[in-house]
Structure formats: structure tokens, C-alpha cells
Design a protein around this ligand. Structure first.
Ligand code: TYD
Ligand code: MG
Length: 453
């Protein structure tokens, strides 16, 4: 080993003086990469830290009503929990080219329009490139300033002098700190850079958006500690080749997580999609077997999505199973339940299950619709196109109740569906509460479901 180098786990940031095959921290294999050792921190550089540490009593802490700045983009505000909180550090992750820079530049424009002082700091693009992008998005006023810089010491000085309310750092992988000799984008650089930005945010009360690229495994490049250090983590996902984008909150110290925002990429920037159900059901085939609509709850919002299944006789020794947008193991489990509890011979069949619209769902309430789609394809019988199906399926083939059934039914009715196949327990509860304006069918098990379809 060369002198003055250490090894970092690229997954969790575990530090070791020698290379290891398996990380003792996160148990991942082959994640260690050699980096120059971080220098001991120079004492004089702590100019940003508070004066003197002093404990206080709870009574002495003044609570201000959290002021939130609206981004002017409703979908983003909701994911953030109502707007930007001063002094918060927000990480926006996503694949390259998904639209992170575009979204944040649009945020800048809206904030500048409301006369908030914003600064966009780019380490990836030249000022000219940013201007070209800005021209596609629209008119900007002078409350927005731009800076091309990757040295955090310099950025720190500029930010302290100009005191903007909101700062965008695009992206954290290009930033470097002089104290660390490792290359930009390495674990120690990303960690130290985020630390510096956190100090700026907390001491000066500036809200900072950090853009982070994701690796092919789908996590923000650099250590997991990055996610622990920031207040809010948002992921921008979706198929790069399709026009819709989904912004998902996975961590939020100032609001609820699992809210999503839906956007569409257009020629002049991102546009909000306020009725995602309509968007997701766009292009649904009519009169085709294996297609079933379900309703999933994303945060506070019900969204209708179409699930497609294709079951065909296999020509392989081991049948093929593929899923898109749904957990692979969950589908295997449901196939096994169907085989055992509904007597369907699926062992000799390939099965492909697909969630259309580029969404990814993990809510168990879509189980029943997956099962319905598989049955429909297996028997080659079309499920009525005005029917939606939701419910959780257990290992004994029982159909279990789901939360917020009424909200899902309402959304279905709003979108023109007139029949809902739902768990028996939800059915009984809704019946006890009065008459719903839509035909409901309660199912308790697999046999009921086959009959209802
Ligand atoms: P970008 O914001 O640069 O992605 P990221 O910062 O996440 O890497 O997104 C760029 C893509 O979006 C690029 O493929 C061009 C496209 N785009 C539009 O379709 N319309 C627009 O108005 C803009 C600005 C970009
Ligand atoms: Mg970018």
C-alpha cells in the first residue's frame, strides 16, 4: 500500500487502512476503493462554527412557526412538505439526464420572480450552457445569480458575502474541498463537501439544494452518510426515454415521506401533472386479457395504474418470470399462492408482469390486481374495462383489507370506473357506513375472485 492512502467502502463510507473483500460495515462485497488519506483538519478553518458551546434549557429555545418558501411548483412543494424550510439541506438524486438541473433552474426562476435571492452554483456546466437551458425555460429576473465554481472554500466565501436565501449546488460529485487531497466525487470529498454545506446551511439559515448523481445500483454516488447528513432526500425517477418523471421523497425531516410529484418533460421545461391517474392510464388497451387497473396510495394521493400480465406455456426447463415496476419476489409468491389455492397449473408457464407508466410500486394493496391480471391472461378472459381491483393477498390465499379503501373507490369513480373488486372486510365496513355510489364486490379468497372476474 502506498503511504498516506486509506480505503473507503463506496457503499457506506467505512474507512479501513487495508483493502478488504467484504465491508464489515454494510457487508457488501468488493466495495473498497483506495483514496488519498484525508489530512487532519486545520484548526483555523473552523470560522463557520458557532462561537462557544453553551447548553440551554428547553424553555430558552424560541420556537418560530416554520416559515416555508413556496417553490411555485405545487408538486414539488407537496413532496417537500409544504415548501422550502430556511436552513435546510435537501438532496435531489437521479440518473443523469432525468431533469434535475432543469427542475432546480425552474425553482430558481419561480423564487426569483417572488424576489427571493437565489444563487445557482454549477460545477458541471458553463454559464453559456446554463443560459441556453434558461432560454428554453422562460424569462428570468435579476434576483437569480449564477456561479461556475467547484472549490468549496471559494463558494463558502461567496455565499457568506452575498447571503442568498436559497442556494443550488449542481452537483456534489464535482465539488472539492482543498483540505482533502482525494479526487472530486470520491467518498471523502463528497462527505467533507456535504459537511461544509451543512455548516453553511445551519449557521446562516440558507436553504441548500444539492444535486447528486446516482450509481447504477440506484443510490446516490458516494457514501450512505450523505443521506444521513441532509434533512431531505428526493429522488427523481422515471424512464429517460419517456416524458414523465416522478419525484419521490424518501426522507424528510420537515414533512411526510412517500409523497410523490409527477412531472412531464416538455420542450420548455418540466410541467406538473396534476391528475396522474389519467396520465398513467393513457394508452390502456381495450378488450385485451391480462390487463387490470388498480389503485395505489402514494402518500396522501390515490393513483390508478394499469397492471399487465402475460402467461404463456414455457419452452424452457425452468419457467421464466420477469417483472417491471413490481417486486419480483412478491410476484413469485403470488404465483405460488395461485397454484396452491386456486388450482392453476402455473408451473409450466412463463409469467411476465408489468406495471405500465414507468411507476414503481411496493404497496401490498396491488396484490389482488396482480393476481387478477395473471388469472385473466392464463384463462384468456378479458376483465371488464370499467372495473378496478385492489386488496392484499396472504399466503393462505385470503384477501386482506387495505387502508383508505373509500378514498381509492372515490378516485376510481372520478375516473369513470363503475365496479370495484375489493377485500371483504373493506366491503363490510363501507356497507355499514351507507350506500356507495358505485358497484362494489367483496372477495374473501381466490375462489371468490375467480367468480367475481
Ligand atoms: P437535465 O436537467 O440536464 O438533467 P440532469 O441535470 O438530471 O442530468 O435534463 C436534460 C434533459 O432534459 C435533456 O435530455 C434535454 C431535456 N430537456 C427537455 O426535454 N426540455 C427542456 O426544456 C429542457 C431544459 C431539457
Ligand atoms: Mg444536470
Amino acid at each position: 500500500m502506498a503511504k498516506g492512502t486509506v480505503f473507503f467502502c463506496q457503499g457506506c463510507g467505512y474507512e479501513s487502512s487495508k483493502w478488504m473483500g467484504q465491508c464489515p460495515g454494510c457487508k457488501e462485497w468488493n466495495t473498497f476503493v483506495e483514496e488519498a488519506a484525508p489530512k487532519k483538519r486545520a484548526g483555523s478553518k473552523s470560522s463557520l462554527t458557532r462561537e462557544k458551546a453553551m447548553p440551554v434549557t428547553l424553555k430558552e429555545i424560541e420556537l418560530k412557526e416554520e416559515e416555508r418558501i413556496s417553490t411555485g411548483i405545487g408538486e414539488l412543494d407537496r413532496v417537500l412538505g409544504g415548501g422550502i424550510v430556511a436552513g435546510s439541506l435537501m438532496l435531489v438524486g437521479g440518473d443523469p439526464g432525468i431533469g434535475k438541473s432543469t427542475l432546480l433552474l425552474q425553482v430558481c426562476r419561480n423564487l426569483a420572480e417572488e424576489h427571493h435571492n437565489v444563487m445557482y452554483i454549477s460545477g458541471e456546466e458553463s454559464l453559456k450552457q446554463i443560459k441556453l437551458r434558461a432560454q428554453r425555460i422562460g424569462e428570468f429576473n435579476d434576483s437569480l445569480t449564477l456561479l461556475c465554481e467547484t472549490n468549496l472554500e471559494e463558494i463558502q466565501d461567496v455565499v457568506r458575502a452575498k447571503k442568498p436565501e436559497v442556494v443550488i449546488i449542481d452537483s456534489i460529485q464535482t465539488m472539492f474541498h482543498e483540505n482533502i487531497s482525494a479526487a472530486p466525487g470520491s467518498v471523502s470529498q463528497v462527505r467533507e463537501s456535504t459537511n461544509t454545506l451543512m455548516l453553511i446551511a445551519k449557521t446562516l439559515g440558507i436553504a441548500i439544494f444539492i444535486v447528486g448523481h446516482v450509481t447504477k445500483e440506484g443510490v446516490v454516488a458516494g457514501p450512505r452518510v450523505l443521506e444521513h447528513m441532509v434533512d431531505t432526500v428526493l429522488y427523481f425517477e422515471g424512464d429517460r426515454h419517456a416524458s414523465y418523471r416522478i419525484l419521490r421523497g424518501v426522507k424528510n425531516r420537515f414533512g411526510s415521506t412517500n409523497e410523490i410529484g409527477v412531472f412531464e418533460m416538455q420542450g420548455n421545461g418540466l410541467r406538473e401533472v396534476t391528475n396522474p391517474s389519467e396520465f398513467m392510464l393513457n394508452g390502456k388497451p381495450i378488450g385485451a386479457s391480462g390487463s387490470v387497473v388498480t389503485c395505489s396510495l402514494e402518500g396522501t394521493r390515490p393513483i390508478l395504474v394499469e397492471i399487465q400480465a402475460l402467461v404463456s406455456n414455457t419452452s424452457f426447463q425452468i419457467p421464466r418470470r420477469t417483472t417491471v415496476g413490481i417486486d419480483f419476489n412478491r410476484v413469485n409468491l403470488l404465483l405460488a399462492v395461485l397454484e396452491k389455492r386456486a388450482g392453476m397449473q402455473l408451473g409450466g408457464c412463463d409469467a411476465y408482469v408489468n406495471l405500465t407508466g414507468g411507476m414503481r410500486l411496493s404497496e401490498p394493496s396491488i396484490d389482488l390486481a396482480v393476481v387478477a391480471a395473471i388469472i385473466s391472461s392464463y384463462r384468456n378472459r378479458v376483465v371488464d374495462e370499467h372495473t378496478i381491483v385492489f386488496g392484499e393477498v396472504g399466503l393462505t390465499g385470503e384477501v386482506r383489507g387495505v387502508a383508505q379503501a373509500e378514498m381509492r373507490i372515490k378516485e376510481a369513480a372520478k375516473m369513470g370506473f363503475n365496479r370495484c373488486i375489493i377485500p371483504k372486510s373493506n366491503y363490510d365496513a363501507i356497507r355499514a357506513n351507507g350506500k356507495p355510489g358505485i358497484e362494489l364486490v367483496g372477495v374473501a379468497g381466490m375462489i371468490d375472485l375467480v367468480d367475481a372476474l
